[in-house]
Write a new protein. Structure first.
Length: 245
C-alpha cells in the first residue's frame, strides 16, 4: 500500500483526532459550560467523539476501500461470541492478577478510582452510552483504521501495534484521567491492541472494549468520593481491590 494524502489525513484523524477535537472545542468555548471536573459526566463531551469515526468513514470511502479494510469482519455469530468472551475474560483476569503490582506504582490507584467514581452521577443508560461510545469510537480510530493502515503501509506488526498502543494510551490524558490513571489505562490499551492483532475483528474489539468499560462504569458508585475529595463515600472493598490489598 502506498501512502496517499487521503490516507495521511486519515492517520492524523485516527491517531490524534480526539485530542485535536477536544482542543478545538475548548478554543472555541464549546466546553465552557461544565467545569473541568464535570466534563466526564457531560454526555455532550462523549457524543462529540463520534465525529472521529464518522470522519474516518468518509476517508475510507475517499480511499476507495471497504469497511473490511478497517477490520469490519465477523466470520460467524459463534466465533464473534467466543472472541468477545475470551477478550473480556483476558482483560478482567489480568486486572485481578496485576492489581497487587499496580498498587505499588504511582498513587496506588487513587486517581483511577476517582476517575471511575466521577461517573456515579450518571444513570445506568447514560453510563452504558459512555461505555459503548468509548468502545466504538476508540477501537475504530486506534485499531480499525490506524493499526490496519500502518500495518498495510509498513508490513511491521510491532511498529503498527506500538504506534496504535501509544496513541491509544496518550489519548486518555485529560480532565478525567491524570498521569497516574493513564499509566494504569496503558495495560488494557496494550491488551486490546494485542487482542485486535489476534482477532483482526473490529466488531469483536468494540464489544470487548464496551463490555469492559461498562463493568467499571456500572460499579462507579463504589468508587465515588465525598464532596471534599475524600474516600468516605467509596466502598472500602473496591478501593482495596484497586490497590491490590
Amino acid at each position: 500500500m502506498q501512502l496517499t494524502p487521503v490516507t495521511a489525513v486519515g492517520l492524523v484523524v485516527a491517531l490524534a483526532g480526539f485530542t485535536l477535537l477536544d482542543r478545538a472545542r475548548r478554543s472555541r468555548g464549546a466546553s465552557a459550560g461544565p467545569a473541568a471536573a464535570d466534563r466526564s459526566t457531560d454526555l455532550r463531551e462523549h457524543a462529540w467523539k463520534w465525529a472521529v469515526p464518522l470522519a474516518l468513514l468518509v476517508v475510507v470511502a475517499a480511499e476507495g476501500n471497504s469497511l473490511a479494510s478497517i477490520g469490519w469482519r465477523v466470520d460467524s455469530v459463534g466465533g464473534f461470541l467466543r472472541q468477545v468472551g475470551t477478550g473480556v475474560l483476558v482483560l478482567s483476569g489480568l486486572n485481578l492478577l496485576t492489581a497487587p503490582l499496580w498498587a505499588r506504582v504511582g498513587d496506588g490507584g487513587e486517581s483511577l478510582a476517582a476517575g471511575i467514581g466521577s461517573f456515579a452521577s450518571l444513570s445506568v443508560p447514560e453510563r452504558l452510552f459512555v461505555a459503548f461510545t468509548a468502545g466504538a469510537t476508540e477501537e475504530t480510530a486506534f485499531h480499525g483504521y490506524a493499526l490496519e493502515r500502518l500495518l498495510a503501509l509498513t508490513g511491521s506488526v510491532p511498529l503498527a501495534g506500538g504506534v496504535s498502543f501509544l496513541a491509544f494510551t496518550l489519548g486518555h490524558v485529560g480532565d478525567t484521567w491524570d498521569r497516574h490513571a493513564v499509566v494504569r489505562i496503558a495495560q488494557p490499551a496494550l491488551v486490546t491492541t494485542l487482542l485486535y492483532l489476534w482477532f483482526r475483528s473490529l466488531p469483536a474489539l468494540i464489544a470487548i472494549h464496551a463490555v469492559n468499560d461498562a463493568i467499571g462504569l456500572l460499579l462507579a458508585d463504589r468508587f465515588r468520593t465525598d464532596a471534599d475529595g475524600g474516600e468516605s463515600g467509596a466502598d472500602p472493598a473496591a478501593l482495596e481491590w484497586l490497590r491490590g490489598e
